[in-house]
Write a protein that binds this ligand. Structure first.
Ligand SMILES: NC(=O)c1ccc[n+]([C@@H]2O[C@H](COP(=O)([O-])OP(=O)(O)OC[C@H]3O[C@@H](n4cnc5c(N)ncnc54)[C@H](OP(=O)(O)O)[C@@H]3O)[C@@H](O)[C@H]2O)c1
Length: 233
């Protein structure tokens, strides 16, 4: 029997998740847009009947409130929205109090998560070679609101956590319809190492979010996508 799915945010990502949901055993039974959600307070019990999970792709301003409301109503949620992580400790509390589940990630692509691990590995080696200086760069479509992207910030955070403490400059471009490229480089007088991930479409993100929603069924707690990668199917 299929599981009931709510789509919160019906933009580019929300629409793609809805399109692919059946392949992952979900039946889309509710859709929340900015209009119906804000005007009518749509994340309320009467609109969540038969819903087992929600996938949230909205905006940094809207996500924390949506996540709190979904947790309070007992709905396990996957959140792909970026740029709201300063609210993460409060969201942890809401999810724990409600005994629900949340998977979040600035990037639900399996490839990007492997890329992050490769970057961390390189940074760990190069931390002890002062002749190597580092940079981070990304490009996304011009409608993307946060810059630098959540993924570039995450890469920088992983580089630091790997012991690389020298200057790391981050730059972001916004143009056209680009689904997202992230690049980390290490440069010395002798050579350059460039590690780059290029997304060809948004499909990888949508599939990662749906796999996470299926994995989250019946679970409690807050998880980052990369922690559960090995358990997904
Ligand atoms: N984690 C990942 O793998 C991943 C991948 C791609 C994108 N993202 C992130 O996901 C988010 C959405 O991306 P997108 O490309 O889908 O953006 P988008 O096309 O702009 O869609 C966002 C949608 O959220 C709606 N919205 C705004 N406030 C809302 C509310 N309170 N309740 C319900 N819906 C609301 C917007 O409605 P209006 O159009 O009416 O304003 C819009 O349709 C961004 O933060 C982006 O950075 C993450």
């Amino acid at each position: 029997m299929s599981l009931g799915l709510a789509i919160v945010g019906c933009g580019k990502m929300g629409r793609l998740v809805a399109e692919l949901a059946r392949e992952y055993g979900f039946d889309v039974r509710a859709k929340f847009t900015r209009e119906n959600n804000l005007r009518d307070g749509a994340i309320v019990p009467e609109f969540l009947r038969g819903i087992d999970a929600a996938v949230e792709f909205t905006t940094p301003e809207a996500a924390p409130d949506n996540l709190r409301r979904l947790a309070a109503l007992g709905i396990n949620t996957v959140c792909g929205t970026t740029g709201w992580y300063e609210h993460l400790p409060a969201i942890h509390e809401s999810v724990a109090a409600a005994r629900t589940g949340l998977v979040y990630s600035p990037n639900f692509s399996v490839g990007v998560n492997v890329f992050i691990q490769a970057v961390a590995h390189a940074a760990c080696f190069l931390a002890k070679y002062p002749e190597y200086e580092a940079w981070g760069w990304e490009i996304h479509h011009s409608a993307k609101k946060d810059a630098p992207s959540g993924t570039l910030k995450k890469l920088a955070q992983e580089i630091r956590a790997s012991g690389y403490n020298r200057t790391l400059t981050l730059t972001a471009n916004r143009a056209g319809a680009h689904p997202g490229t992230h690049e980390i480089g290490f440069d010395s007088a002798a050579d350059t190492i460039t590690l780059r991930h290029t997304a060809r479409s948004r499909e990888g993100f949508a599939r990662g979010a749906l796999r996470s929603a299926r994995w989250l069924a019946g679970k409690q707690g807050v998880f980052e996508f990369r922690e559960i990668l090995g358990e997904l199917n």
